[in-house]
Write a protein that binds this ligand. Sequence first.
Ligand code: PLP
Length: 393
Amino acid sequence: MNQNIYLDNAATTRTRQEVVDAMLPYFTEYYGNPSSVYEFASPSKQAVAKAREIIAGTIGAKPQEIYFTGGGSESDNWALKATADAYKAKGNHIITSKIEHHAILHTCQYLEHHGFEVTYLDVDEYGMVKLEELRAAIRPTTILISIMFANNEIGTIQPVKEIGQIAKEHGILFHADAVQAYGHLPIQVDELNIDMMSASGHKINGPKGIGFLYIRTGVKIRSFIHGGAQERKRRAGTENVPGIVGLGRAAELAAATLKQRAAYESGLRDYLIGRVMEEIPYTRLNGHPANRLPNNANFAFRFIEGESLLIMLDGKGICGSSGSACTSGSLDPSHVLLAIGLPHEIAHGSLRLTLSEENTKEELDYVVESMKAIVERLRNMSPLYEDFMKHNR
Ligand SMILES: *Cc1c(COP(=O)(O)O)cnc(C)c1O
């Protein structure tokens, strides 16, 4: 079997051909530095302005509230570190959740080493932040609430509007890591009371290494990269013009196709979930049954290792992702799966499949048939399973 069925769109996505086409002239033809004064530089300057306008339009922001960055991780680092610095006279307390991306969690740990206090909120079994716990965690010294819009592993969508409302009532800034949500869910920053928001190009069929941070007018924020006067003196460095053009085009296409893509992908997702839950016994759906990203499915299969499943799926030409932090070489189960209360051995048997509009029902049929065979084979090699079957016959 030599087919490649790509079901890891939460890790990264294919860059659309239209996006690449839009970018190319800015490498070879319009390569002027946007900061230069001569006429030759004006196409690149204009292209950056246009991308900023397009992106602002997709979230109901003003163009001057969009700051280009080197991606989602940089946006997250910037939002947290710069807010901590700018508001430290007001307080030193930050609230986040236990299921954030490492770009948030590791930045919070860094800030803890520098005198800040961080509350990591628990989530329920579906991965939802509990609003009463959020309210209870607020202190007079709380300066920032940073909660992700939607989770990258289990797909759960947070009650963002309510969180924004609580932050607003208490005069606390609200940052949302929307890297998985932007371009996939409708987002209007005013309606949701979002003060800062991170997004990334390569999660929306755009290029890698480019993203943006939305910063509401009036939020005090320090520069993150010091140097030249780019990005209203807040993020120095010659603009990644092709990347910015690509991000703008990807954002435009994502907004234009959002509704039909979400409908198509959630239909496929529900078909996949339905078949897996029905046809593979001792399986759990991780994440919220309804409030989840249109393209996310995450399963825990008892008695097997997600890593083995992943490798055998790879042998069938299927790309997925497991519930372990395997990228770092460790086999610890993911912090997200532990936070929703999965015991280690069940978390270890987890598999994430994230779809795109390019996937088809026929592909998913092949994936389900492959999974059924592989899960059965792995279980038949498992002493735990043998033991379980003996006692549950
Ligand atoms: C991918 C991801 C990031 C990091 O974005 P990069 O552009 O890869 O740095 C941050 N947060 C979430 C939720 C993500 O899924």
